[in-house]
Design a protein around this ligand. Structure first.
Ligand SMILES: NC(=O)c1ccc[n+]([C@@H]2O[C@H](COP(=O)([O-])OP(=O)(O)OC[C@H]3O[C@@H](n4cnc5c(N)ncnc54)[C@H](OP(=O)(O)O)[C@@H]3O)[C@@H](O)[C@H]2O)c1
Length: 369
């Protein structure tokens, strides 16, 4: 491709677009923001003006895709709307960076993967931690045996979510398991470099809150070679983000470990029983980093590592967790393997952009209650 900067349109001007993606893309030297698709006229005016970009309505999406004005889209709508935007872009030969979870069913993910294979466009699931230095470092060390044989993973990831936000009233697939559970699930899969084979889950619902799903869920996963991963996620507690990775020679305690922001230093402590060592990583622009990586893949015709299949590997587990919650039974998963996991070449170290505060966002019901 002769063009040196990939031209992106953002689909959906919600919290993550305004707070993280739109500032972050400015840190990448091989990408630029040129358009926004929004259903909100106020956002169209304010954000187009603020960022010097075109704004269009959802009705104009097909026209924009075929206009020659964009090379790629960043899909940041609620999860249940990802598929139609992804499919239309791939059909038009436009590259797609889609927020996690990739879709709300295995079938939708398979459709996207098929559409990507029969187009010239690339598809990346927006796993920003796959380019974040601390996460990549830990994946690499865990897999090369620095902590002995890995046996167990255990995580808590919670926040207090406003029921009025889109994720607060759209059933299981807007709820804490797909939204927040995607992080510990993906972390465990990447640390173990393996895919789970069975799932159990228990959910509870706080009667004083207005969610239409289990607001707190505890999940247990069985991986091949006698490894387990557990995580608890919630929309109805104080915020926490932490995990422990237990190996035969050392335990790793990580916190913060899933978040982002200009001040956030991902940190982990390795405890061998005889010594403890802390590893703290400078904040980077995680959104700029994932855009830099994806744009580099496009410019150099390489398939991104967190591709459609990587998104599918999480979605199939999220779907099994839903089934486990509905039935109360252990759900077995077909044994699968991936031939790619995160590698150190993916690391990106862009300086963090300033992040607008929640009250500076235009027309957003923020997720925090
Ligand atoms: N990578 C991360 O760290 C991270 C963090 C948070 C969220 N996410 C993901 O990013 C996506 C968006 O999350 P968000 O927090 O930005 O959500 P949000 O604040 O609710 O924004 C979603 C935006 O999508 C658009 N939209 C289109 N159809 C909609 C509908 N039927 N209902 C509501 N909104 C609709 C709206 O934009 P317009 O008004 O402009 O049309 C809305 O503002 C989700 O997939 C989520 O999982 C990722």
């Amino acid at each position: 491709m002769s063009r040196q900067k990939i031209r992106y349109a953002v689909i959906g001007g919600g919290q993550i677009s305004q707070q993280a993606f739109m500032p972050g893309i400015g840190q990448a030297d091989n990408a630029e923001l040129v358009a926004l698709i929004t259903g909100d006229a106020k956002k169209a005016d304010a954000l187009a003006d603020q960022c010097g970009i075109q704004a269009h309505t959802y009705d104009d999406y097909e026209t924009l895709l075929r206009s020659g004005d964009i090379d790629a889209v960043y899909v940041a709508t609620p999860n249940f709307r990802h598929t139609s935007f992804v499919m239309a872009a791939l059909d038009a030969g436009i590259h797609v960076l889609c927020e996690k979870p990739l879709a709300t069913s295995v079938e939708e993910c398979e459709k996207m993967i098929e559409a990507q294979r029969s187009s010239n466009a690339k598809l990346m699931t927006a796993y920003r931690l796959h380019c974040e230095p601390g996460s990549v470092d830990l994946f690499t060390r865990a897999r090369r045996g620095d902590f002995g044989t890995l046996r167990a993973f255990s995580a808590s990831f919670s926040q207090n979510v406003d029921e009025r936000n889109s994720r607060g009233h759209n059933g299981y697939w807007g709820g804490p398991v797909p939204d927040m559970g995607a992080y510990p699930l993906n972390e465990a899969r990447q640390l173990f470099a393996a895919e789970p084979i069975a799932v159990q889950a228990i959910g509870t619902q706080d009667p004083t809150r207005g969610f239409d799903f289990h607001d707190t869920v505890a999940v247990t996963l069985l991986f091949p070679e006698n490894r387990t991963a557990q995580f608890t996620v919630s929309y109805a507690t104080a915020a926490i983000e932490t995990f422990s990775l237990i190996g035969t020679q050392a335990t790793v305690h990580a916190s913060p470990c899933f978040g982002f922001g200009p001040e956030l230093e991902l940190t982990y402590v390795v405890d061998t029983g005889e010594a403890r060592q802390t590893y703290r990583f400078e904040p980077v622009d995680q959104f700029g980093g994932e855009v830099q990586y994806f744009s580099d893949c496009i410019l150099n015709d390489r398939q991104p590592e967190p591709d459609g299949e990587e998104g599918l590997m999480d979605v199939r587990v999220l779907a099994a967790i839903e089934q486990a919650l509905d039935t109360g039974r252990t759900i077995e998963l077909e044994p699968r393997s991936r031939d790619r996991y995160v590698t150190s070449e993916q690391t990106q170290t862009l300086t963090p952009a300033a992040m607008p505060s929640e009250d500076q966002l235009v027309g957003v019901i923020t997720q925090s209650a």
